[in-house]
Design a protein around this ligand. Structure first.
Ligand SMILES: Nc1ncnc2c1ncn2[C@@H]1O[C@H](COP(=O)(O)OP(=O)(O)OP(=O)(O)O)[C@@H](O)[C@H]1O
Length: 472
């Protein structure tokens, strides 16, 4: 660990930035003055504080401004994050453990303490929370494009309803918003045993609401959405223009917020640009913290591919990952799709993933201009045509093998090539559940590695769809 003048200098620069940050209240500044920088190791600046309460306040309430200040430091300091350690020996004599600096106690500083093992409540089941185990903070790659959103998400998971409420994350499709939502849920559950978390897309919320009216089950609906500690709602833009559902969400929002429950909302646009929403709704979205996720730069794209290759135990060299990241689209979902194609092709041909192989595969994957948006209808029409089926066959419920595979390929391509969410795709294919689309996605990714016919069908179809779009 390096504990030099450089560290003290870096810390005083950070403190200056915090002091001029209007989000940092005077009480919070007091906590900062209690921290002493001890050194930097592997990019982490270690701070010592006199007690647990100060550590909690810095980690939970100051994480975001601190991370922001750190990100603005000169690169020469080599500091990318911070860690806080309690050392009671630096306790100032005149101060008791729980008196706040400046004698100011903000109104809602109660920290939700993690529950000890002796007082554990039964864990909420995965089905109840609807969290996808695939998406956690551990496999989320942090880069310049998402550092702020990631820090905010961690802060919210560590101190639900205390840090930022609601947290509103916006950005284009496929940039990791859903991933962050699930990661918040998992992390909060790991910290607070018994915490009730629920992930829901806004389409599912709408369907739940409509069903509750149709079946006269308003009470169950209210209980389901108000009896939770952390509500994670994805793609709120889909509530656009749905006055009744918005009204239901408005009341859900108010009840949860009034009871100090956490809300995290994602959207493709920031609140002020969301059309078809009442002002009272938009203004609530702005109550907490708004942050965006941007398109990742090359380094982050490479790091994401590397993580993906590591998780899926794919043998792909750094050079190849770099090449794919430089050629493929900046939409991370499409980037991952390209890696799946490359490794599937190699596995089918029992070849190693080398440069000539990657170039062959990428040749078939024409990258479209940003203005060329592929519509799901095009995908469905092309798929029906390719398999000599009717469009109604794809929407329908027949389970014959050929039809089921064609339908799954169409769903896979809708997921890879469009911005549609899983529930939206499910709806398109005759009102199927989003888990059916998830299953189709997984199945086709796997089948492409095992069956050449499937690989060829997916590749040919992709290229037909993209060709048509290109010349339209
Ligand atoms: N920083 C990241 N690290 C690792 N994987 C990522 C990252 N960002 C995105 N991904 C992956 O990219 C894919 C698309 O991300 P995700 O579904 O979260 O996007 P989204 O912004 O919610 O898109 P949409 O608005 O279309 O729902 C997922 O497989 C996700 O795990």
């Amino acid at each position: 660990m390096s504990g030099s003048d450089g560290v003290v200098w870096a810390w005083s620069t950070i403190v200056d930035k915090l002091v001029s940050d209007e989000r940092v209240t005077s009480a919070m500044r007091g906590f900062v003055t209690l921290a002493e920088p001890r050194g930097v190791m592997a990019g982490t600046i270690y701070l010592e504080v006199p007690n647990e309460f100060t550590r909690s306040m810095i980690e939970h309430r100051l994480r975001l401004p601190l991370m922001k200040a750190i990100s603005e430091l000169d690169a020469e300091h080599g500091i990318t994050t911070f860690a806080v350690v309690v050392n009671p020996e630096i306790e100032p004599e005149s101060e008791s453990n729980d008196s706040l600096p400046g004698d100011e106690r903000p109104e809602s500083v109660a920290i939700v303490e993690p529950v000890t093992t002796t007082e554990r409540e039964p864990q909420q089941s995965i089905e109840d929370s609807r969290l996808n185990p695939k998406y956690s903070f551990d496999n989320f790659v942090i880069g310049g494009s998402n550092r702020f959103a990631h820090a905010a998400a961690v802060a919210v998971a560590e101190a639900p309803a205390k840090a930022y409420n609601p947290l509103f994350v916006y950005g284009e499709s496929g940039l990791g918003k859903t991933h962050l939502l699930h990661a918040i849920g998992h992390y909060a559950q790991s910290l607070y045993s018994g915490i009730r978390v629920r992930y829901v897309s806004s389409e599912e919320f709408t369907n739940d609401f409509i069903n509750s009216i149709a079946n006269n089950q308003g009470n169950q609906f209210h209980a389901r959405y108000r009896n939770i500690d952390v509500l994670l709602i994805d793609d709120i833009q889909f509530l656009q223009g749905k006055a009744e559902t918005q009204e239901a969400f408005f009341h859900t929002f108010n009840t949860l917020h009034d009871h100090n429950k956490q809300l995290v909302i994602t959207s493709d646009l920031p609140p002020k640009h969301l059309t078809g929403f009442e002002d009272r709704m938009r203004s609530r979205f702005e109550w907490g913290l708004i942050t965006d996720v941007q398109t990742p730069d090359l380094e982050t794209r490479i790091a994401i591919l590397r993580k993906k290759a590591q998780n899926d135990q794919l043998q792909v060299s750094h050079e190849i990952l770099e090449y794919i990241a430089s050629k493929a689209s900046s939409n991370i979902r499409e980037l991952e799709g390209t890696l799946i194609r490359v490794t599937a092709f190699a596995s089918l041909n029992r070849q190693v993933v080398d440069m000539p192989l990657v170039q062959t595969v990428l040749k078939d994957l024409i990258t479209l201009d940003e203005d060329n948006v592929i519509s799901p209808i095009d995908i469905i029409n092309h798929t029906a045509d390719y398999f000599k089926l009717s469009v109604d066959d794809l929407y329908g419920s027949s389970r014959s093998q050929t039809l089921a595979t064609a339908r799954q390929i169409a769903m896979y391509l809708c997921r890879e090539l469009t911005n549609l969410s899983l529930p939206k795709i499910g709806q398109l294919f005759g009102g199927r559940d989003h888990t059916t689309v998830m299953y189709a996605n997984k199945k086709i990714s796997e089948l492409m590695k095992e069956r050449r016919s499937i690989y060829n069908q997916v590749t040919e179809l992709t290229s037909r769809i993209k060709q048509t779009n290109r010349y339209n």
